[in-house]
Design a protein around this ligand. Structure first.
Ligand code: HEM
Length: 134
């Protein structure tokens, strides 16, 4: 969900002139927040293009801005299913990956994600699935 966030772009209509750093976002424009870009920003994640569970060690999480990881958005309109989806992933994917090894047939550079409503690879999900030894 960090490297390939399901929702790669979040849109908001700006209701009043808003200052963000050196910029003014005028009332009426649509602003995009891009979890995909934020999650790959080196200011927040060392080696952002590598899968590394250490990105989520307590030490690293505690020193990072909480808005640097926003797969479920943030604020008053964030995802109401976040806790359910996270628990479901831990249970179902955890069980699945203990039994099966999944290898992508195409590297992400050969199979770019398309930023549609949800992120999906241009050439689908060609994968090889092998049962792990018991
Ligand atoms: C991995 C799974 C999921 C991801 C990554 C995800 C991500 C998101 C994101 C990023 C938003 C904000 C979209 C926006 O502001 O434009 C959102 C909103 C929402 N999600 Fe999820 N979601 C997931 C699963 C679920 C589930 C399981 C449910 C329901 C059981 C759910 C219900 C909703 C609802 C109702 C909203 C709209 C909340 C509002 O506008 O106040 N989501 N989700």
């Amino acid at each position: 969900m960090r490297m390939f966030p399901t929702v790669p772009l979040i849109a908001r209509v700006i209701e009043e002139d808003t200052v963000v750093g050196d910029y003014i976002l005028p009332k009426g424009v649509t602003a995009l927040v891009a979890p995909f870009a934020v999650h790959r920003d080196r200011r927040f994640f060392d080696n952002p293009d590598n899968f590394d569970p250490e990105h989520f060690s307590s030490e690293n999480v505690n020193k990072r801005n909480p808005y640097a990881y926003i797969p479920f958005s943030a604020g008053p309109r964030n995802c109401i299913g976040q806790k359910f989806a996270t628990m479901e992933q831990k249970l179902i994917l955890g069980r699945f990956f203990r039994r099966y090894k999944v290898t992508a047939a195409l590297h992400e550079l050969e199979n770019r994600g398309l930023p549609e409503l949800i992120l999906k690879p241009a050439k689908g999900f060609p994968v090889r699935i092998e049962r792990r030894p018991e």
